[in-house]
Design a protein around this ligand. Structure first.
Ligand code: SER
Length: 878
């Protein structure tokens, strides 16, 4: 059964059990401070589990792109070394939100695996939660009894909290789970050792394929468990493992999910997979990592130096270095794998196919720069080798390689071994722990648990229609943000827009009559709208008027609507390849990042501005449609963003059906005329293939133009208001150039004069020709030139000049090479002594040195010092 059929059959099976099939959420998580990446299929449904939101469908199934490389679930270091862990994998899942529970979850899982996929029943094991006294949790007898219908008791195994109590992160929905494991070993091995002994023992062929979680609790920040109002099912099955099991393979990489990629990688290196352990690991690493990297970039996360971007960069580097060290990929290679991946997943995850050139370009740029660092790191290793006298590479040094050059510990160990050295791994781990603690303490906030005041309330957003609403607090919590206490409040109804889609959160206040509580920001956590305040109202249960700062909101709306107009104009002028890659909209400015491979030219900028301003003057009315079925919105030609999570019903913002139609949750102007004026103030590059435009509108645009006009009138004033200021400036510049030339000519003449005077003043003392003089010259350059010319022209030269360079004192000592040798005079030493007299310092070489200073009046004293010194040297018998 081909992998794509395996996937299809899963979805069909649950559809037949009345599940709604939904698309995968983006792999990069937005609006959830507890997660960077989707690490389980259930993430996108967190609010349903917690009861923050009511599920529209109580049964759902999908295949979800997951990434387990950070936080609670992190498999990165295993990947490639074994054959069944991945960074990115697909999780096939089915969910019940307060609908069915253990009975259906278990029996359907069994039916699908054995009847539909035909997996061998006798090779299957189930684990159930054995209970945990410290948490006062009982053994999951119910699950045990249910499994007894399908499996003999000896194949239903107890599991501890680590394996059989699933938690999403440090806080959040959780519950006991029951895992299905399969034994894929050859019969001869099975006869020797029972599979029961190998379950959860990291055996590559006795592996977990499906996890059925019975979500019943919320793990609170204080570590305690709170019962959820309803019970839910959350299941997750590893698609790649399932395909391997069904296809009778012994490694995930041997199923057709991976073979085309493995073959391509092998062919690029002229190698064969399955012949050498080291190159096999490298091929698996690359085959795995290219998926993680490509899909995250397609979902909008670019590699960078912080947070999620850094995680991606690290994965990419791990792949590059395996390729470099073991496969001979000295040139960027990963980027050339993107096409195959895009084709392979075109039907399931079309976002990669749609952006494959962009993704490849970003990867290539990263590879190129890391290959350079890698070489530098390897050079750094050369000096490490010399330092490691006792045969040990210190922990800090290994950590430096890891942190600065992106060398994973195993790479450092490997290179060390090749050089007959060892790495102090304990020291490395200690450094790593220190760094983690540093970043933990720098982490943005630690939140207390929510205190519920009104559990029934739904937390509705009314801000599209109202800017003031009577409301009350439904829950709140205290948060420590960088050492300061702030409060987060959720209301039953709110006009406050929470930061999302690039638009900043509203500010404003809660009006309690006598008391006012100011709101300094509004943000989202999943779908919860959270108001940030510095204080709590004295009566937490009182009703109040929630009032948005309308002035700020209106200015922000100008910028948001202008962003839509800009987006459409960019596509019109630059082409359809323009994809939004990020945006920021506040009351001051709008910033728009988009994929485009070259600088936007001046003419293109003008054209874009012209189109946008034209659309503003057309005063197009906002056409806002809420709750549009997503398919209908797509038919309308609405621009959707990759990496955004859209529900079945979306909001569509249109300014002229033939011009700008976008899926958007933001707030907008009633008609484009209120934007007034649009002006691009900068165009730059933010990353490979991503350009950034910053623009201003309305009052800000006016201010911008006024600023430019002021500048112009100042210039005109200076020039005494000529008719054609450009012409005047041009002629001033020409004139300046001519004058400069003249000055240079005069300087040359002057230098010639000074030089011939100096030659005349030379005093012969034995073999030496001594010239000592105070001179006046235009600049240091001329002084230097004269000194060198005299060196060539006068034999046995001892030249000491104390110069007045248009008001600045400077000393110069130039000596014939023989003088330096025979007379023990050192220009550098001498000039330093002299320099004290002009309150300065300098130096140079034994034959030529100079010194600058502050005190012009010291020039003649400086010369006196030289006279004494030179005389002494010339008269001594050396
Ligand atoms: N949330 C569970 C897991 O990730 C089941 O989907 O394993």
């Amino acid at each position: 059964m081909e992998a794509k059929v395996v996937r299809q059959k899963f979805l069909e099976f649950f559809e037949s059990k009345n599940h709604k099939i939904v698309p995968s959420a983006p792999i990069v998580v937005q609006n959830d401070p507890t997660l960077m990446f989707t690490n389980a299929g259930m993430n996108q449904f967190k609010d349903y589990f917690l009861g923050n939101k009511k599920a529209e469908f109580t049964r759902i199934a999908d295949t979800q792109k997951c990434l387990r490389v950070s936080g609670k679930h992190n498999d990165l270091e295993e990947v490639g070394l074994d054959t069944y862990h991945h960074t990115m994998f697909e999780m096939l899942g089915n969910w019940s939100f307060g609908d069915y529970f253990k009975k259906e979850a278990i029996s359907w899982a069994w039916e699908l695996l054995t009847d539909v996929y035909g997996l061998p029943k006798e090779r299957m094991y189930a684990t159930i939660f054995e209970g945990d006294a410290s948490e006062e949790l009982e053994r999951d007898q119910e699950a045990f009894d249910l499994w007894k219908q399908f499996l003999p008791e000896e194949r239903i195994l107890n599991g501890n909290k680590k394996d059989n109590f699933w938690e999403m992160g440090d806080t959040g929905p959780c519950g006991p789970c029951s895992e299905i494991h399969i034994d894929l070993r050859p019969q001869s091995d099975v006869d020797k050792v029972s599979g029961a002994e190998l379950v959860n023992q990291d055996h590559p062929l006795v592996i977990e394929i499906w996890n059925l979680v019975f979500i019943q609790f919320n793990r609170l920040a204080d570590g305690s468990l709170k019962n959820l109002p309803q019970k839910h099912v959350d299941t997750g099955m590893g698609f790649e493992r399932l395909a391997m099991a069904i296809q009778g393979k012994q490694s995930n990489y041997d199923s057709d999910v991976f073979t085309p990629m493995i073959d391509l990688i092998a062919s690029k290196a002229n190698l064969k997979y399955g012949t050498d352990h080291k190159t096999d690991v490298a091929m698996r690493v690359i085959a795995d990592h290219i998926r993680a990297i490509s899909f995250t970039i397609a979902d909008g996360q670019l590699p960078s130096n912080a947070k999620a971007g850094y995680v991606i960069r690290r994965i990419l580097r791990r792949a590059v270095r395996y390729g470099y060290t073991f496969m001979g990929f000295q040139e960027p290679t990963l980027h050339s794998l993107v096409d195959l991946l895009a084709d392979q997943f075109k039907d399931v995850f079309p976002e990669l196919y749609a952006q494959k050139d962009f993704v490849a370009k970003v990867i290539k740029e990263e590879e190129t720069s890391f290959l350079r660092t890698l070489e530098k790191g390897l050079k750094r290793f050369e000096s490490i080798k010399t330092d490691a006298k006792d045969g040990v590479v210190k922990g800090e040094v290994a950590f430096e390689l890891y942190d600065t050059y992106g060398f994973p510990l195993d790479l450092t160990s490997l290179i060390a071994k090749e050089n007959q050295l060892e790495v102090d791994e304990k020291g490395f781990t200690a450094e790593m722990t220190k760094q983690k603690e540093r970043s933990k303490s720098a982490a943005q906030q630690s939140a207390g648990d929510w205190i519920e005041l009104d559990a029934e309330a739904e937390g509705v957003f009314v801000g599209y229609d109202e800017s003031e609403t009577v409301s009350h607090i439904t829950k709140y919590r205290e948060v420590n943000q960088k050492g300061k206490t702030i409060y987060q409040l959720v209301l039953d109804k709110t006009p406050f827009y929470a930061e999302s889609g690039g638009q900043v959160g509203d500010t404003g206040y809660f009006d309690f009559g006598a008391e006012k509580v100011s709101v300094f920001d509004t943000k989202k956590e999943n779908d919860l709208i959270i108001h940030y305040t510095k204080e709590l109202p004295s009566d937490l249960n009182a009703e109040f008027k929630a009032v948005v700062n309308l002035k700020k909101r209106k200015l922000t709306e100008n910028n948001h609507s202008a962003t839509h107009l800009l987006h459409a104009a960019l596509r019109q002028v630059l082409g359809d390849h323009v994809q939004q890659k990020g945006s920021l909209v506040n009351d001051q400015v709008l910033r728009f990042d988009f994929s485009h491979f070259s600088k936007v030219t001046e003419e293109e900028i003008r054209e874009i501005e012209r189109i946008v301003n034209h659309k503003i003057r057309e005063n197009i009315s906002l056409d806002e449609k809420r709750n549009v079925p997503i398919d209908q919105a797509k038919e309308m030609g609405a621009t959707a963003l990759f990496g955004e999570k859209y529900g079945d019903f979306v909001r569509v913002i249109t300014f002229d059906r033939d011009y700008s139609v976008e899926l958007c949750g933001g707030t907008h102007v009633g008609a484009t005329g209120s934007i007034g004026l649009f002006k691009i103030v900068s165009e730059s590059s933010v990353a490979a293939g991503v350009r950034r435009i910053e623009a201003v509108t309305a009052d800000r645009a006016e201010e911008y133009f006024n600023g430019e006009m002021d500048l112009l009138s100042q210039i005109k004033d200076l020039l005494k208001n000529p008719k054609d200021p450009v012409k005047i400036i041009q002629s001033l510049m020409d004139e300046k150039q001519q004058l400069q030339k003249q000055i240079e000519d005069i300087n040359i003449e002057k230098a010639k004069g000074v030089k011939s005077e100096l030659i005349k003043s030379a005093v012969k003392e034995g073999d030496a020709n001594v010239i000592m003089a105070q001179v006046s010259l235009p600049n240091a350059e001329v002084l230097k030139q004269i000194s060198f010319e005299l060196k060539n022209e006068v034999e046995g030269l001892i030249l000491i000049l104390a110069a007045d360079l248009s008001g600045k004192p400077m000393l110069s000592v130039m000596l014939d090479d023989n003088i330096v040798k025979d007379k023990d005079i050192n220009a550098s030493q001498l000039v330093r002594e002299m320099a004290r007299e002009i309150k300065g310092g300098g130096g140079g070489q034994p034959f030529y040195a100079t010194a600058g200073g502050k005190d012009l009046s010291g020039l003649s004293a400086a010369l006196d010092i030289a006279k004494v010194e030179i005389e002494a040297k010339l008269n001594s018998k050396v």
